[in-house]
Design a protein around this ligand. Sequence first.
Ligand code: SF4
Length: 351
Amino acid sequence: MVGTFLDLTFPALEAQLLAAGVRPAHARTLWRALYRGPANLTDDGFPPPLQRWLQALQREQPLVSRPEQLADIPSSDGLTRKFLLRLPDGQTIETVLMGYTGRHTVCLSTQAGCAMGCVFCATGQGGFARHLRPGEIVAQVLHAQRALKAAGGDRVRNLVLMGMGEPLHNYDAVMTALEIITDSRGLNIGASRISISTVGVVPGIRRLAAERRPYHLAVSLHGASEEERAALVPVSRRWPLAELIEACREYGAITGRRIFFEWTLVAGQNDSRDHAQRLALLLQGLDAHINLIPLNPTHGFAGTPTSDRAVDDFQAVLRAAGYPSTIRQRRGIDVAAGCGQLQRQSSRSVA
Ligand code: SF4
C-alpha cells in the first residue's frame, strides 16, 4: 500500500482489502475505527482475517500517520486554537480551530509552504516545500476534532481550505481528501460546509466547475487592476485578472453558485473608496459576496492594516453598489493566526 489508510477513499480501501484477499465488507469496520473509533487498528475486536492482515501490514509500514503536535496556542479570547504540526519528514504545517461562529470551523493547510508568493503572507514569504498527501490533510481534521472533543466540544462542522498552501495547486490530493472527509460513513462533514480558497489558479477553477464539485469557492482578489493585483499577488502575472474573472463567470454560470471574493485591505494600497468602486465594477453581473480582511502584519511585508474608518467606507461603497460583504475580524491575531506566521516564527526560533 502506498501511503497510509488516511490516504484512501472508501472505494480505494475496499479495493485494497480485495487485493489482499480480505472480504471488502470489512472496509466498513476499518473505516469506522479510522474515523469514529479510538483508532487503534491493531486492537482485538476486528474479525480475525482483517486483524491478521493489519498486523502483517504494520510490520512493513505505519497504518496511519498522525502528525506530531509541536504547539497548541489558544487566542486570548479562547475562541481560536492554532496547532503547529510536524509531519513524518520534518515539515511543519499549521491547522487552526475556530469556535467563534458557534459551530466549530477548522482551517486546513494543503501544502507545506506555498509557491504563490503573495507578498503579505508569511507562508508565501517562506517559499514552497511540498504538496501534502490526502491523508495529511485528513489527519488535520482528526487532530482538531480530537482536541475539540478533549476540551468537551462537539464536533467539527465547517472546513475552510485557507491555511498554508494553494489548494488548487494540489488539486488531486485535495479532492481525494475532501471525498474522504465528506464520506457519511466517517467524518461526515457536509460538502456545503466546506470552502476552498484560491489565489486565482484559473485551470483549477475551471476544473472545479467542469467536475461540478459541491464546495464553496473563495477567490483572493486584493486588487481590481492587473498592476495593483500583481503587486500583492505575483501569480496574477501568470493568470491575469481578466482571465480570472472570466473563469469566475464560467464557474458561476455552470454551478449556479455564489462566489466569495477575499480582499485583504492594506492601508494606502487598495483600501480607498475608488478601489471599492473599481472592485464593484469588476464584479458586475457576478453573484458575489466580498470578505474584507484587514491585513495581518507580517515581518516580511511593510504594509499596514487599514483603519476601521476606511474599512467602513470601503464596505459602504460596496453596499451602495449592491454587493453583500463581511468584515472578517482579525481574531486570533495574538496567536499569529495569519497563515504561516506561527510556522515561520517556529522555524526562525529553530534556525
Ligand atoms: S496567501 Fe495563500 S496562496 Fe498566497 S502565498 Fe499565502 S498560502 Fe500561498
